[in-house]
Write a protein that binds this ligand. Structure first.
Ligand code: PMP
Length: 437
């Protein structure tokens, strides 16, 4: 470690951290898409707290809302008691739902992290159906609490710990070009056929689940978008079999993919939506939104102390206003399309795939000298991806890795990023890739 902050971090903080724990910098200031470290170096932040900072760092509207709330003498924590801020927050959240969904929707505020909201969604589905098991997908990331962890596709953090494995079925997530069912429409069809067969064949060995939980764009798995036809198929199958469809929008939601919710790309209506990260405008907040029909909670069935955080609701309201009034999601969609186009134009044999939606993009790094698999894919190369991440950091760009073996460079910049800033990001990244290729 090069400076005293980093030395003390190494001495004091546990190693059980993920996200960019290996980045050698201590942050001091943030403004827009930029952060400055304690050595006065400036970086472009394409991680933005894993996509949490939709409006970037220190957005003046967020700052003003926070100051106004602090100075207004509102009670800072109110448990589940009603307040004018909460009333406005819930009204605005329901207003963001597509079509007529708001007419039959209910909100459950959760303890302020995504994992707790996932727990709430799983419990709700179990209570509403009287069934125990949940079906999730390979690569899925739903959180670190025991129930959410059991839904995870990544065995690394899960295998020794998971308490509820028997109640979980994991199916492959059919992302082309690594779709285990084969490429294109046929692969999607085969995946849905397998699911339908699992649910109807008495000898499939699969208990009918209470819910299917899925990310419309898998985040930690490396920005893998679900095919809209496949999501529609999931909606159809779950409806016919009385299974709840839970869409985890914690990372992809709140405008990041070019729509307010990522499931809108498939034009479906889930039974439960899980939201967090950008929902609180940088302050911790989480909630589920679900169809009235499933409002079968017993009183106190999912309690929690910190669900009445007025500061988080006030700053979250700013993000929602930017979505509702200024259509920030459309800007994110346009900037994402430009970024994806420019990334696809990088000429390098270590890039195996560029994918994602809106400003949730992934660049899969491969070993160009490796052996191709049956679908023609080169092996993913996490070591090379890490070298690119470090080379980018030296050039002033913070990026995160994800996906199998950490082989995917993940781009989650603030949604307010501008076209010229994207040019700089792509120039730095191209240089970083070329420096290690
Ligand atoms: N679901 C998804 C899709 C996520 O990306 C995350 C966080 N990366 C979570 C759930 C868990 O959220 P938290 O870390 O706030 O518990």
């Amino acid at each position: 470690a090069t400076n005293s902050y980093l030395q003390r971090q190494e001495q004091r903080e546990s190693n059980a951290r993920s996200y960019p724990r290996r980045l050698p910098l201590a942050l001091k200031r943030g403004q827009g898409i930029f952060v400055e470290d304690t050595e006065q170096q400036i970086f472009i932040d394409c991680l933005a707290a894993a996509g949490t900072l939709a409006l970037g760092h220190s957005h003046p509207d967020v700052t003003a809302a926070l100051i106004e709330t602090v100075q207004s003498d509102v009670p800072m924590q109110t448990l589940d008691l009603m307040t004018p801020i909460k009333d406005e927050f819930m009204t605005q959240l329901l207003d963001l739902l597509p079509g007529n969904m708001a007419d039959n929707a209910r909100i459950q505020m959760c303890s302020p992290c995504g994992s707790d909201a996932v727990e709430a969604a799983l419990k709700l589905a179990k209570i509403a159906t009287g069934r125990r098991s949940i079906l999730a997908f390979s690569g899925a990331y739903h959180g670190m609490t025991h129930g959410a962890l059991a839904m995870m596709g990544n065995l690394g953090p899960k295998s020794a710990l998971s308490m509820t494995g028997a109640d979980v079925q994991i199916m492959p997530f059919p992302y082309a070009p690594r779709c285990p069912y084969g490429l294109g429409e046929a692969g999607i069809k085969a995946s849905l056929y397998q699911l339908e067969t699992m649910l109807t064949d008495p000898e499939s060995g699969v208990a009918k689940p209470a819910a299917i939980i899925v990310e419309a764009v898998q985040g930690e798995a490396g920005a893998l978008p679900a095919d809209p036809t496949w999501l529609k198929g999931l909606r159809d199958i779950t409806k016919r079999h009385g299974i709840l469809l839970i869409i985890d929008e914690i990372q992809a939601g709140m405008g990041r993919t070019g729509k307010i919710f990522a499931f809108e790309h498939a034009d479906i209506e889930p039974d439960v939506i899980v939201v967090s990260k950008a929902l609180g405008g940088g302050q911790p907040l989480a909630a589920i939104i679900y169809h009235n029909d499933f409002d079968k909670w017993n009183p106190g069935a999912h309690a929690g102390t910190f669900r009445g955080n007025q500061l988080a609701m006030a700053s979250g309201l700013v993000v929602m206003r930017h979505l509702a009034q200024e259509q920030l999601h459309l800007h994110a969609g346009a900037m994402g399309a430009k970024l994806k186009h420019d990334l696809e134009a990088i000429d390098s044999n270590v890039i195996g795939d560029v994918r994602g939606r809106g400003l949730m993009l992934g660049i899969e790094i491969v070993d160009p000298n490796g052996e191709r698999d049956v679908l023609g894919n080169l092996p993913q190369d996490g070591q090379r991806a890490k070298e690119i991440q470090q080379a980018a950091l030296r050039r002033g760009l913070i990026i995160e890795l994800g996906g199998r073996f950490g082989s995917t460079i993940r781009m989650l910049p603030p949604l307010i990023i501008q076209s010229e800033e994207i040019d700089v990001v792509v120039a730095i990244l191209t240089d970083a890739i070329n420096s290690v290729a």
